[in-house]
Design a protein around this ligand. Sequence first.
Ligand SMILES: [Zn+2]
Length: 72
Amino acid sequence: MSTPVPTPEIVHVHTLRVSCDGASEIRGGAALGHPRVWMEIDERGYVDCGYCDKRFILDGTAPDSETGKPGH
Ligand SMILES: [Zn+2]
């Protein structure tokens, strides 16, 4: 008997700028979503959609992004 825990959906992305309409994965389910919003992933490395709580996580870093960072 599994407990139905409502875990927020997590999407791994490769760009800092992401869009969400809540139904991009649902075939013909645009009506089930929400108005498309654009968000930018901040220094935490992720951003949550304010409409559907979907979490977008920046997946990895570009090789050339390691250079130019002060310290570390
Ligand atoms: Zn959303």
